[in-house]
Design a protein. Sequence first.
Length: 256
Amino acid sequence: MDKISNGSSFVHRLDARVKILCALLAIFTIVAMEKRVFLVPFLVLSILLTRLAGVPLRLYAERLTCPLLIALFMGGVQFFLYGTHVVYTLTLGPFHLPLYGEGLEFGTLLILRILASVMILLLVVFTTPMTRVLETLFWLRVPRSMVDLAAMMLRYIFLLAEEGSKIYLAQESRNGYHRGLSYVQKIRNYGTLGGMLLIRSFDRAEKTYVATVSRLYNPDSKVYVCRERVPLRDAAAGGTMVLLMGLLLLWEKGMF
């Protein structure tokens, strides 16, 4: 991930502050839109910029799989719960599920909103080093405690995942997930994995706290924050994107 986010494409070179602000404004614009066709430009532009940034399609698809499943679930629920006009009745044995026309429209809109928002955030993640993201949060006057917490999570979440993989491999080497075991036993082994991981997380957290205190860390410690001016070219690119999003939103609302 670090190798990809430190690329050399024009998307990577764009100032992180401009990218993050444009991404936030784009998400607000997406949420405010009520017509599905106006969400398509966000999807197309996100895919295009991601490809131009050199992000592998396989990695992009992997990161998009979980949000896509959540979006399909949330949108699919609306098909059967929202609205009054029944367009089709799905029969599953003794159950009859009405499919509403309003639910189809709103559910599809919800799916597109979630996908467009996630794809924009993925574009920022794939093209911006996390150190620059944290600096941008400081620049945006996000509370210090939140930024510190985000930095700690970024530092140790990968260690946590590695620790979990080690425990899983140790269990697997002892036939902890053998095909011959029942589902109850496998679930019990997963519970053991989670418990061990939780205990080791507390142990790691305590050691980290002692290490930071021993280095005289406190909430008032000085932290380097990027104070460079936003390059004029990047500011112009960001302003153009904001203007286009504003015009698109006004067009969607029928104001011109």
